[in-house]
Design a protein around this ligand. Structure first.
Ligand code: CP
Ligand code: NVA
Length: 300
């Protein structure tokens, strides 16, 4: 069988994604019961992190430990990649030693290039374009708390960034509608928007997007690598904060989602983030269970 990668949600079939989310829920229950399950004994996962991370790094590392395998954390300066060893050489060498690799870096093309030359599964741990692992946990969270996400309505409020793009792919793959509201000039990738026509609409009216939504989701206004734009972004995004009055436009049992880290008082008020509709801590926990399901799918 050919090697499977997970660079975007489009790398898996819809049915495979569905099974994976169900499996994540199952693995979570077994883990809570204290059942020992070590399907990846003697397997190694390399993790190349070119950007900061709390959740992604910890969840992959703990997932490998719980599965009986091990994870190697590789920071940019600690490998020869940092000194200019070509990506294709690194990919080929690592493929002869480890069983899979997670990469977090700015350039999506870099991850694609790595995958092209790798003889092992490559997992996107976040690029400037996509963050698919987060969506596995998010869909799992919705399914656990509210049931199937199919035919539901989600509203993305804020930046048309990597997380927004992955929500757009999720709408296509899991069969729900997504309304995107961003300030003008900060919308999602136009080519991706065209591809998602029919399941995603995009504009600049946050209230209209949230009206009647089952999920309201946002993310930081300044992603990693955009620190210099922080001030100008705060001005541009001022009307796109998720607060209680915006949440009041959504359905009564709507959930608030955020991949974290969150910046209280900027993209979301403390009241919403800590409020009864917020499911952000469940999302964070589910990173572990969803990625265990992903690793099992890719490595067994
Ligand atoms: N949500 C998420 O990916 O968090 P980290 O940046 O902490 O990994
Ligand atoms: N959009 C954010 C997500 C962090 C998990 C970033 O890229 O920094």
């Amino acid at each position: 069988m050919s090697i499977r990668h997970f660079l975007t949600l489009m790398d898996l079939e819809r049915e495979e994604l569905d099974v994976l989310v169900s499996r994540a829920i199952e693995l979570k229950a077994e883990n809570k019961q204290g059942l020992l399950y070590e399907p990846l004994r003697n397997k190694s996962l390399a993790m190349i992190f070119d950007k900061s991370s709390t959740r992604t790094r910890i969840s992959f590392e703990v997932a490998m430990t719980q599965f009986g395998g091990n994870a190697l954390f590789l920071s940019p300066g600690s490998t020869q990649l940092g000194r200019g060893e070509p990506i294709e050489d690194t990919a080929r060498v690592m493929s002869r030693m480890v069983d899979a690799v997670v990469i977090r870096t700015s350039s999506h093309q870099m991850v694609e290039k790595f995958a092209e030359h790798a003889g092992i599964s490559v997992i996107n741990g976040l690029t400037d374009s996509f963050h698919p692992c987060q969506l596995l946990a998010d869909i799992q969270t919705y399914r656990e708390l509210r049931g199937d996400i199919r035919d539901r309505r989600a509203a993305w409020v804020g930046d048309g960034n990597n997380m927004c793009h992955s929500w757009m792919n999720a709408a296509h793959q899991f069969g729900f509608h997504l309304s995107v509201a961003t300030p003008a000039g900060y919308g999602p990738n136009p080519a991706l928007l065209r591809e998602r026509e029919g399941v995603v609409d995009a504009g600049s009216d946050a209230a209209a997007a949230v009206e009647g939504a089952d999920i309201v989701v946002t993310d930081t206004w300044a992603s990693m690598g955009q620190e210099d734009e922080e001030k100008e972004r705060q001005r541009a995004f001022a009307g796109f904060r998720v607060d209680s009055s915006l949440m009041a436009l959504a359905n009564r049992d709507a959930v608030f989602m955020h991949c974290l880290p969150a910046y209280r008082g900027r993209e979301v008020t403390a009241e919403v983030l800590e409020g009864p509709q917020s499911v952000v801590w469940e999302q964070a926990e589910n990173r572990l269970h969803a990625q265990k399901a992903l690793l099992e799918f890719l490595l067994r």
